[in-house]
Every structure is written in structure tokens, then in C-alpha cells.
Ligand binder design. Structure first.
Ligand code: NAP
Length: 815
């Protein structure tokens, strides 16, 4: 069970108001004193006052001979991975699809899945098993043809959903892909519920539930597993999410069901929201806690639906590799361009890319948060100027939810190979899932947003594999390992090490920090954002102004990489002053003087790295490492330091970009062969002979001075404009002209060869000295040259004449 604590004054006030309204307007009518007919009419009248989110179409329909309504989001993918069959609550006697629209419509909007809300037959006119028969018939009809169906329901509808799954299992029918049960009523006899309902219960009373149960049961025993599925054999059921509130009559039943499902070996997640009432999720759009609960439903469904669809061959307009910042940006902009037929394949079990991978202690962004959010999705909720990794990952989740991306994302899904077929103008992808399942996927366009910092690099130090203690890489952190009281070594003193050294130093008995090269460290002007900051940030012009200001400040910092500038003098002075102020020991300070010009490697912004190095339990080791032994590290002076844990903050393998995928373009040539002498692309986006392939954050697009998001947005615009040109001209493919690519890279290399980045070893450079990762200019230069592609730089292939590529001008002239 996971408990969520809603917070915030406004949220608290809204909750109090809603609860009071329900207690005054609904609870008195849900009573045996009133006729069922009146209760139904009253509930329908009240439900007309609730909010239905915009952008969801409601369409009456019949499925399996049972009436109901489809709720479909305009944002949904054209080929959703499944559908939801929703069974409304109402104690089996009242309620309808119309009374539950505020919940079902939001479910459709947030999950991106079409929701069929069933108008199943109600008691007393139609006692058990009429409703169950309707649900089973509708499910079977939806599941026909292999369609994946999620069964969801609230209250009595939750109990009915569970009973439906049991009936399907016993009838040998395909099971739901997953179940979502909001405050399910799973013991119709209400055994073990408190005699008086909890004070906060806004809707249900024991007397009303008992009266409705009697109508529903008529002659059936309340012990029958299909009316009280809590007591049934629950083995073999699909992954199930239960949500309930603490302030409700059925709170205990949610917990009992969780235990029963877990005992039966069912993959179960139970989420309890503190101070929330029965099916509070109907208040989505008003209560943040309700919105968040529904967002969690969408995230929960991503796993089972990805697993279910992973083995089905399918075809999409666009495949996006990676659900990091660039993958999400690509998805949002594709939707805005009217392209909804795409999937995002993500090899990890969650979205976030580098922010999913890098959870080491102290992880945070090193540019101000307002510029580390998309221009189209400002985040007024940042709690501090330099946000921590969990906050950034949460922001990305919100972006994915808000823009309806969740139904497009397939987690735990890896592309192992991608091959372009000239004849069809399509990419063919080989897909692998962790359970070994393999499948194929086709797409016209391939957006590769793997991120340059995705392959952890272990240091090439002899004996690394002999180490018997705990070995960690910063990008694959084991949170189960406690550093408290341990002897720890950290190899590396880059951006990552500077963030994880201070928290480890506070816990470890002894910390040895192995520095090969001292780096430039500048103060981090961090601060907490106040309630006023967050309030002001709600106003789009203010948020845009703050973002623009920071981008200009960082842009000014770019001048600091050029000799003789005012910015450079200011940065050098700030770095020197910080070193002097924070490191009193002269010998230690000398070890921390960088041996290369400022800017050649990424500048570190930290206020606590130097102080951590001055702690009595921390040693900065500058002797080179000779080898690693089973329990320690030996330096070239022959000294061995015995350690319990070895932390490698040694960065990423950036040189072999996309090395985990075999990408094959025209004439069977692979990207690895093409890049044998180093990766290069046109503006970091397109590579000759790899048509319809768009790299995000490809070669020479990294930045040493500002937010990478400022580069991602124009890259995505460029890629989509190219796709639109292919679609508009009905071409098969678009490919950058080789001579354009060559000239572009010659110009870049000429600039980089004499730049500050050529003057030290860094992840921006290859062994042969070629700077392949970094863009040398200012951000505005990149944005202006990239956002709108010059289509004359590209060659298009006409649909009818595969052998004869055409220029864009000629192609446009075709009818
Ligand atoms: P990094 O900058 O490549 O630093 C790796 C460190 O490990 C360097 O100090 C390097 O020393 C050392 N090292 C590597 N191999 C070694 C060996 N065999 N023996 C001894 N030392 C060795 O990696 P990173 O710190 O993980 O940062 C990578 C990039 O990630 C950054 O540049 C930045 O772009 C990004 N990052 C961003 C944030 C953020 O907040 N946005 C945070 C962390 C990282 P040498 O310097 O001598 O090579």
C-alpha cells in the first residue's frame, strides 16, 4: 500500500467545499427512504454540474448488444495500445455512464485510451447476474480480434469488474490486460466495515448499501464469489491497481482486496489518498489529488499495455526512440503538427531518459530550472532554482500526461536494429523486451532521441572486475546500499562527482576522491523558490520573461569561453575567489587548480564540493590509479587504500553514439561504418544515406554553457518540417545531400580546431582530438540556422522512381 498525502491550502479548501457539498446534496438522498427512481434522477441532475474536460468526444454506442458510450480524446494516438471497459458505481441500483462522465472522460483524456462506459442493467429491475452478463458480453465483444482491454470500475462497478474478470477466467476467455478499481465494493455484505461510516465519508451509508445489496442479490447468497469477489479464488488475474481514500466506508475493503490479490500472486498496487472520500477521482479538474490519482492510473497502465502489445507487429508514421527530454519534445510537437500516429519506445521501465537513469545522491540540474523546462510547458511548481533529479523527472511525467503522450509510450521496449528499406521508404525496427519477446515495427520516419549521455562508461583501470566490494556507477545507482560508516572511493571529479561527493562525505566513514584532472568550479547561485515566486510563475508572461532572462544570462556566459572577454575575466575571478574562500589549506588548493583553460570541459557549478573535500573524513587523491584490487585501489606510488564501496563517476561513452543499435541505411551501409572516424551529422540531425532518420542531440549539438532544451526544440522543429515536406510532396524519403553535410562539418571542425575545446581531454573530444560532441557557437546561432530547414540542402526520392532522387524544387513541381 502506498499512501498519498494531498497538500496545499487551496487544495484543502476545495476538498472541504466538495466534501460538504456531497454530504449536503448527495448523501441524504442515497438512502432507503427515497425511491430508487428518485435517487437516479437526482444523481443525474447533480452530475450535470460536474466538469467534463475539453477535447473528449462522447459518442453513444452499443458493444456486445449492451448500450453505453465511447469517450475518446482528440489527443489520443490513432492506434492506441488498448481500450478501457468502464463499469460505473452506484450500488448496482443507480448511476449511468452520464453520471460518471467526469471520471471516464478524464480517464480517456489522460490515458489516451478510448473508454467504453457501459450502461449495464441495474437492480431492482435486473438483479444479479444481469449486470455481470452485460459486462462479460461487452468485454468479449471488445476483446474480439485480439484487442487489449482494461477493465475499470468504481465502487459497485469495481466489484463488478473483478467479478467479470473471474467469469472470463472461468469461461476460458482472454483476460483483461489490467484492472483499475476505484474504491471497489468487493464484499457486498459489508462484513468488517465499521458500524458507523467514517466521519469524512461523503456519500455512502451502511443502511443505503445494505438496501441496495438486497435489491441486487434478491435470491443470491452474499457469499457467492461473483457478488463478493473478495472471497473468490483470485489466482491468475491480471495486474491490478486499487485506489481508495482513507475517509470512506470501503477503505478497509480496498486493503483486504490488496492482501487477497497479493496472496493469490496477482501483481497488485494499492494507492490510498489520505483525507479523501469515496471515488474522489470524480473531482478531477478541480482537485489536484484527483488529477494526480488519474495520472497514476495512466502510468500504471503503460506497463501492462506495453507488455501486451510488444509482440504485435505494427506500423506507425513515426517511431521515436527514447522517452527523455528530446523524445517527449518530439512527441508534443508531432501532435501539434497533426501527426498522432507515433510510438515512443523506451528501454527503461520509466520515462525521463537521463533523469530516470541518474538518481545518485545529490543529482540536480546545473542550469536554472526555468530554462530547463520547455517553452511550451513552463513549470510554475519548481521548488528551487537548480531543481533536483526527482523534481525534473516528475516534471517530465507531467508533460507526458498533460500532452496525452502516455498511450504512445512503450516502456521496457528496446530497439536492437533499424533498417531502412529504399523500396518502401520505411524503417524496419527489431524490438526486444526484457522477457525476451521479440517483434518488429515499421515506421516511415525514425526519430532517434537516445541522448548522448545514456551509456555509462566504466573506467579502463586494470583490476576493475576483481573488486569484491560494492561497485556502483553514478548512472546506475543502487539505493539499497547504505554508505553510512563505509570506506568509499569515488573515481572522477566531473559534474556528476561534484554532486555526489558532498552527500556521500556526510555519510561515509572515510571517502577517497580520486582526481585525474582538476576542474573549474564556480558558485551555484541557488535558492529556494518562495510561494510568491510560484504564484508569479503561474502567469505566462512572467514565466516567459524569467526563462528568457536566464537564457540571456547563460548566453552571456558563452562569451567566457573566448579569450579576452569581460565574461571570461569575471568567470576566472569568481572561480579563483571561490577556491580561495572555500579551501583554506594551500596544498589542497593547489591540487584543485585546473590545468586547462576554463570552458574546455563542462564548468562545475557547486557550493558544497570544495567544502566536502576539506572534511576530515575526506581525502583528495591526485596520484594516478595503478590498479584496483579485490578490496582497494593502488596508486602509482604503491599505496593501497582499502575500501568497501567503489563509486565510478566516470561519465558516459559518447563516442560510440547509438552503438547498441545496428542502424542500416541506403545500400546496406551501417551508421557504425559511416561513423568509423567519428560521428557527424548535418546540424546534428540528419546523416547522408540514412533517409527519414532524425537524430536528436546528435553530434556537435552539446552545449557547455546553457540548457540543452534550447537546442532540442529547434531540432525537433527542423525534423518535423522535413517530415512535412515528404508528406506534402508525397515523396518516399528525404536525405541530406552529402556535399552539404561535408561542408557543414568542415566548417564546424575548422572553428572547433582553434577553440578552447581543443585544448584538453573531455567527453566532447575523440582520442584523435576531433571535437565531435560540442556546438562551438552561441545558442541563437544554432536556433536560427536549424529551426527552419533549407530544403535545398536535402534530396527527395519520388514515390514512383526509386532510383532517381529528385531535388526539392523538381519534386515540388510534381502534381
Ligand atoms: P565526465 O564529465 O566525463 O567526468 C568523468 C570524470 O571521471 C572525470 O573527472 C574524469 O577525469 C574521470 N575519469 C574517467 N575515467 C577515469 C579513469 N580511468 N581514471 C581516473 N579518472 C577517470 O562525466 P560526468 O561527471 O558524469 O558528466 C558528464 C556530463 O553529464 C557533464 O559534462 C554534463 O554535461 C552532464 N551532467 C549534467 C548534470 C546536470 O546537472 N545537468 C549533472 C551531471 C552531469 P578526466 O577529467 O581526467 O578525464
Amino acid at each position: 500500500m502506498i499512501v498519498y498525502q494531498p497538500s496545499g491550502i487551496v487544495e484543502g479548501l476545495k476538498a472541504a467545499l466538495l466534501r460538504t457539498s456531497l454530504k449536503l446534496l448527495l448523501k441524504p438522498v442515497f438512502s432507503p427512504r427515497w425511491s430508487i427512481g428518485f435517487q437516479r434522477r437526482w444523481l443525474l441532475a447533480l452530475s450535470r454540474t460536474t466538469l467534463i474536460p475539453k477535447g473528449v468526444a462522447v459518442e453513444p454506442a452499443e458493444v456486445g448488444g449492451v448500450p453505453g458510450e465511447w469517450l475518446r480524446s482528440a489527443q489520443a494516438p490513432s492506434a492506441p495500445p488498448g481500450v478501457v471497459l468502464y463499469l460505473h458505481g452506484g450500488a448496482y441500483c443507480v448511476g449511468s455512464p452520464a453520471t460518471h462522465r467526469s471520471l471516464t472522460a478524464r480517464l480517456a483524456l489522460v490515458t489516451g485510451l478510448p473508454v467504453f462506459s457501459l450502461d449495464y442493467r441495474l437492480a431492482p429491475e435486473h438483479p444479479f447476474p444481469a449486470g455481470l452478463d452485460d459486462a462479460v458480453a461487452a468485454f468479449r465483444a471488445l476483446a474480439r480480434g485480439g484487442q487489449r482491454v482494461v477493465l475499470a470500475g468504481d465502487s459497485a462497478g469495481g466489484g463488478l469488474a473483478l467479478a467479470t474478470a473471474l467469469a472470463l477466467r472461468e469461461g476460458g476467455s482472454p483476460l483483461p490486460a489490467a484492472m483499475v478499481l476505484f474504491s471497489p465494493w468487493v464484499d457486498v455484505a459489508l462484513r468488517d466495515v465499521p458500524a458507523a461510516e467514517p466521519r469524512g465519508e461523503a456519500m455512502l451509508s451502511v443502511a443505503w448499501a445494505a438496501a441496495c445489496a438486497a435489491h441486487y442479490l434478491r435470491d443470491t447468497s452474499p457469499d457467492a464469489p461473483r457478488v463478493s469477489p473478495l472471497f473468490a479464488d483470485l489466482r491468475g488475474l491480471p495486474p491490478t491497481l486499487i485506489q481508495a481514500g482513507t475517509d470512506e466506508l470501503l477503505h478497509g475493503q480496498a486493503l483486504q482486496l490488496e492482501s487477497a490479490l497479493q496472496a493469490a500472486g496477482v501483481d497488485t498496487r494499492c494507492e490510498i489518498s489520505a483525507h479523501r472520500w469515496h471515488v474522489f477521482q470524480t473531482s478531477g479538474g478541480v482537485l489536484r489529488s484527483a488529477d494526480e490519482a488519474i495520472e497514476r492510473v495512466a502510468r500504471f497502465l503503460m506497463g501492462p499495455l506495453a507488455a501486451a502489445t510488444g509482440t504485435q507487429p505494427s506500423s506507425h508514421e513515426v517511431v521515436i526512440l527514447g522517452a527523455g527530454m528530446s523524445g517527449l519534445c518530439a512527441a508534443v510537437k508531432l501532435k501539434r503538427a497533426g501527426i498522432h500516429d507515433f510510438v515512443i519506445l523506451e528501454k527503461q521501465d520509466g520515462l525521463g531518459g537521463t533523469w530516470w537513469d541518474n538518481t545518485y545522491p545529490g543529482a540536480h540540474v546545473d542550469v536554472p530550472s526555468p530554462v530547463y523546462s520547455f517553452s511550451f510547458a513552463p513549470n510554475p511548481g519548481w521548488t528551487r532554482r537548480f531543481a533536483g533529479a526527482p523534481e525534473i523527472q516528475a516534471y517530465m511525467q507531467k508533460v507526458a500526461t498533460r500532452f496525452g503522450l502516455l498511450a504512445h509510450i512503450r516502456l521496457g521496449t528496446r530497439i536492437s536494429a533499424a533498417r531502412f528499406d529504399d523500396a518502401t521508404g520505411h524503417w524496419h525496427h527489431d524490438i526486444e523486451r526484457p522477457d525476451g519477446a521479440r517483434s518488429t515495427l515499421q515506421s516511415r520516419f525514425f526519430m532517434c532521441s537516445a541522448g548522448p549521455l545514456s551509456q555509462p562508461r566504466w573506467p579502463d583501470i586494470p583490476g576493475l572486475d576483481d573488486f569484491q566490494g560494492e561497485r556502483l556507477h553514478s548512472a546506475r545507482w543502487d539505493h539499497g546500499y547504505a554508505m553510512t560508516g563505509k570506506r568509499v572511493a569515488v573515481i572522477g571529479t566531473g559534474s556528476t562527482a561534484s554532486q555526489l561527493v558532498p552527500p556521500i562525505a556526510e555519510q561515509a566513514l572515510q571517502l577517497h576522491v580520486f582526481q585525474r584532472t582538476a576542474n573549474w568550479v564556480l558558485p551555484r547561485r541557488d535558492r529556494l523558490y518562495t510561494a510568491l515566486d510560484r504564484l508569479l510563475a503561474q502567469f505566462p508572461p512572467y514565466a516567459a520573461m524569467v526563462r528568457w532572462n536566464w537564457s540571456q544570462v547563460l548566453e552571456w556566459g558563452r562569451s567566457g569561453f573566448d579569450e579576452g572577454t569581460l565574461a571570461r575575466r569575471a568567470l576566472l575571478a569568481a572561480a579563483g575567489a571561490q577556491r580561495k574562500k572555500q579551501v583554506g589549506n594551500e596544498a589542497l588548493r593547489q591540487k584543485l587548480v585546473p590545468p586547462y583553460p576554463l570552458g574546455c570541459k563542462r564548468i562545475i557549478y557547486s557550493n558544497d564540493f570544495y567544502p566536502a573535500l576539506t572534511r576530515p573524513n575526506v581525502e583528495l587523491v591526485t596520484d594516478a590509479i595503478a590498479r584496483i584490487t579485490s578490496h582497494g585501489i593502488v596508486t602509482t606510488d604503491g599505496r593501497e587504500r582499502t575500501i568497501d564501496a567503489l563509486v565510478c563517476a566516470t561519465g558516459f561513452d559518447v563516442t560510440h553514439l547509438l552503438s547498441s543499435i545496428r542502424v542500416t541505411g541506403l545500400q546496406g551501409r551501417t551508421l557504425a561504418e559511416t561513423w568509423a572516424h567519428g560521428p557527424e551529422a548535418y546540424h546534428g540531425i540528419t546523416v547522408s544515406s540514412f533517409p527519414n532518420l532524425f537524430l536528436m542531440l546528435g553530434p556537435n549539438t552539446a552545449t557547455g554553457h546553457t540548457s540543452t532544451l534550447l537546442y532540442i526544440e529547434p531540432e525537433v522543429d527542423h525534423a518535423i518540417a522535413c517530415m512535412q515536406a515528404v508528406r506534402a510532396g508525397e515523396h518516399r524519403w528525404i536525405d541530406v545531400r552529402p556535399e552539404v553535410l561535408r561542408a557543414h562539418n568542415d566548417r564546424l571542425q575548422a572553428r572547433l580546431g582553434t577553440s578552447v575545446w581543443s585544448q584538453c581531454r573531455s567527453w566532447y573530444r575523440m582520442e584523435n582530438g576531433r571535437v565531435f560532441a560540442l556546438f562551438p557557437g552561441f545558442t541563437r546561432e544554432y536556433v536560427q540556422s536549424v529551426r527552419v530547414p533549407d530544403l535545398a540542402d536535402y534530396v527527395f526520392s519520388a514515390p514512383s522512381s526509386p532510383a532517381q532522387p529528385v531535388t526539392h524544387a523538381a519534386a515540388s513541381a510534381q502534381p
